[in-house]
Design a protein around this ligand. Sequence first.
Ligand code: KG4
Ligand code: ZN
Length: 337
Amino acid sequence: MEKFILGIESSCDDTSAAVISNTKILANVTANQDIHREFGGVVPELASRAHQQNIVPVVDAALKKSGISSNQLSAIAFTSGPGLMGSLLVGTSFAKSMAMALNIPLIEVNHMQAHILAHFIENEGMETPPFPFLCLTVSGGHTQIVKVNDHFEYVLLGETIDDAAGEAFDKAAKIMGLPYPGGPLIDKYAQLGDSSKFSFNKPRMDEYNFSFSGLKTSILYYLQKEVKTNPNFVEENLNDLCASIQRTIMEILFDKLEKASADTGIKHIAIAGGVSANSALRKGLKERENILGWKPYIPSFEFCTDNGAMIAVSGYFKFLKQNFSEIDVLAQARKKL
Ligand code: KG4
Ligand code: ZN
C-alpha cells in the first residue's frame, strides 16, 4: 500500500520538508540560512528564529510541489535529535501540532540514522547497500564509522573524540578568512591546488576513533608563523593550503575506514552527511573500488547535507514497523545513534 509521509528536518541551520510515496521522493524543499555566514558558524538563537520563519512556507511548498494534500498523509516524521535544542524544538512542535490536527501518527527520527538511511531513498542510477555495510557519517556535528546490520540496527565502531570532520573543514576555512560554511569552499579551491605543498599534524588515535582538534591548532600555528613574515601568505597560497588541508582530513578518514573494513571483512562502504559531498572523499572512495575491492555507495548531492527526504524515508521504515511516537515525545539535543 502506498504511504505518503511528510518528513521535517530542523536540527541545525537548514529548514527542510519532504513528501515521499513509500521511498520515492515527491518533493524535497530546503531553506538554507545565510544569516550565519558573517558569524563564521551557526548561531543557535538565530537558527531557531529562522526556522520559526521558514517552517510554514517550507512545509507548504513541499506539499504543493508533491501534489499531495495534507489529508492524504499517512504520518509525519520529524528530527528529534541530535542537534541544537532551539532548532529541534521548532520542527518538533510543528510536527506534533500537525499530526494532532490531522489525527495521524507522529514518528520521531534520529538525525544520524537518517543520514545513513538516505541511502534507501529511491533514486535513479543509485544502488541500495545490502546489510551489513559500513557507513562513514561525516557532518558538521559528527564523524562516525557505523556497522549497519539492518535499517535500525547499528554498531558504532568509532567516532570523533573532539571536532567533527565538517567542523575541521569549517574551522580551517575560518582561520584562512573564508566564510561559513567553509567546507564547500575548501573543496572548490583544493581542486586548483597542490595537495603535497604543506603538511600538518595527524593524530594517533586508538581503534576507529578520530580527532580533528590538533589539526586545527597545527594549521593555526603554522599560518600565524608564516603571516608574520608575509601578511599575504594565505591569499598567495590559498589553493595549495586548501588542497593540503583537504588531503590531511581525507588521510585521517580513510585510514580508519580502511582499518574498519579490513577488520570486519565488510567491503560494502557507504558515506553520508554533509562532508560526503566533498569531491576528494567521493573520488577516494571510488578509487578504492579497484585498489581494495570496495563497493562504494555515494548519495547524490541533494541527500548529503541536511534534508527532509532522509527524515521522511526513515519515517517510512518506522511506519512499516508501526514504530510511532507519543505526543509527549521530547526533542533531545544529545540523542545517541
Ligand atoms: O550534514 P550537514 O548538512 O549538517 C550537519 O548535520 O552538520 O553537514 C554540514 C557540514 C558542514 O561542516 C560543511 O562545511 C560540510 O558539511 N560540507 C563539506 C562539503 N559540503 C558540505 N565539507 C567538505 N566538502 C564539501 N564539499
Ligand atoms: Zn546532518
